[in-house]
Design a protein around this ligand. Structure first.
Ligand code: IPM
Ligand code: MN
Length: 392
């Protein structure tokens, strides 16, 4: 039996997760998924109110018992018009997100941004409909290393330091993973007869591309490390076009010509910022999924979550679009379908993989059809029921 944990979290997290449950139930029945799920009351601000911490001390040990995790949202629980609600500093309420990513060693964060007909389109250039990129964000170190401190805090002599840490090992595995994904995307596009063209070094055509993001003109130390590793790994992937953008220029080009990007690989903070931008170009946070994975070890439970936060402004009002969570669930099922965990019974495990893949695929296709039909993005519960019905 495969088991997954649903972590609703805070704010709209509870609502989008409640809308997801009937969808998951329907998929389990329809595809006879050998799957159990359990809804956990943590991490959450409410758990903190009752227990004094966002999650139990043995949270990571408990989570290791699952095959995959789906998180709703974390942060201010809202609603904003309840000024006396139990609130925590962001650094406390959001900390479990970073703890989970780091403690479970989920070192790659994948955020696909693809434009599907029917979503809000913020760019007027018709070519923006061709937007189809996968941003891979470093998820274990860099600007999020969490080292540093404050001296003479609260005074006018205060000094704050925030150390950035970049290692060869984490850089190499990330960039290699980006090239692997580029290859895989080219294969999938070939199967679907929608081959794309990117130009290689001598002007020749390649079917996929990896674009490296740095700020090497100002932050040369890690910029040069990323650059060197990128050049080195690229020599093993002559079939993949390569490109580099400075992060500020990348932000501009995401808006100006987003169709020129395929796989984008970026540091933790650069990836964080660029993925909010990519999300809005692909229809907004209401439909933007994400996956935190350890590409080298499928026995570690991967963590899937919408890119949005707890949205306290609309929390409790049945207004949140649950489709970002549903797209994340589709990624989770596809991930379960692709991972090959060593097992004695290979035949059975291939069959299992096929079931999860087809459930993930069906959910993904159903969501695209739902978007194209221009159905309302809320109420949250109604959207969940509508998708569940469409799956039956
Ligand atoms: C995200 C979020 C988090 C991040 C915050 C809430 C710590 O913005 O998942 O993109 O920066 O990683
Ligand atoms: Mn973010």
């Amino acid at each position: 039996m495969v088991s997954i944990a649903l972590l609703p979290g805070d704010g709209i997290g509870g609502e989008v997760m409640a809308a997801t449950v009937p969808v998951l139930d329907t998929l389990m029945q329809r595809h006879r998924l050998p799957l159990d799920y359990r809804v956990l009351p943590w991490p959450a601000t409410e758990w903190h109110r009752q227990h004094g911490s966002m999650m139990p001390d043995d949270a990571i040990d408990q989570l290791l018992d699952y095959d995959a995790l789906l998180l709703g949202a974390l942060g201010d629980p809202g609603p904003l018009d309840q000024p006396d609600r139990y609130r925590l500093p962001d650094s406390v309420s959001l900390a479990p997100l970073l703890t989970l990513r780091k403690s479970l060693n989920l070192w790659a964060c994948e955020r696909p941004a693809r434009y599907y007909p029917g979503v809000p389109r913020y760019l007027s250039d018709p070519r923006a409909r061709e937007l189809d990129m996968l941003v891979i964000r470093e998820n274990s170190e860099g600007e999020y290393a969490g080292q540093g401190g404050r001296l003479r805090a609260g005074t006018e002599d205060e000094i704050a330091t925030q150390l950035e840490v970049f290692t060869y090992a984490a850089t190499e595995r990330l960039i290699r993973h980006a090239f692997e994904r580029a290859r895989q995307r080219a294969r999938e596009r070939r199967d679907e007869k929608r081959v794309r063209a990117f130009s290689g070094p001598g002007g020749e055509t390649r079917e996929s591309q990896v674009c490296l993001i740095t700020k090497r003109n100002a932050q040369a130390f890690w910029g040069d490390l990323y650059d060197r590793v990128f050049q080195q790994v690229a020599t093993e992937y002559a079939d993949v076009a390569t490109h580099h953008e400075l992060v500020d220029a990348a932000a501009m080009k995401f808006v100006q010509c987003p169709w020129r990007f395929d796989v984008v690989v970026a540091s933790n903070l650069h990836g964080d910022i660029l993925t909010d931008l990519a999300a809005v170009l692909a229809g907004g946070l209401g439909v933007a999924p994400s996956a935190n994975i350890n590409p080298a070890d499928a026995s570690v439970p991967a963590l899937f979550e919408p890119t949005h936060g707890s949205a306290p402004d609309i929390a409790g009002r049945n207004l949140a679009d649950p489709r970002a969570t549903l797209f994340s669930l589709a990624l989770l099922l596809e991930w379960l379908g692709q991972r090959s965990v060593a097992t004695a019974d290979t035949k059975n495990s291939n069959e299992k993989n096929r079931l999860f893949s087809s459930a993930g695929h069906q959910l993904h296709e159903t969501l695209i059809t739902d978007l194209a039909a221009g159905h309302p993005a809320s109420g949250t519960d109604a959207v969940g029921r509508r998708i569940a019905n469409a799956l039956r």
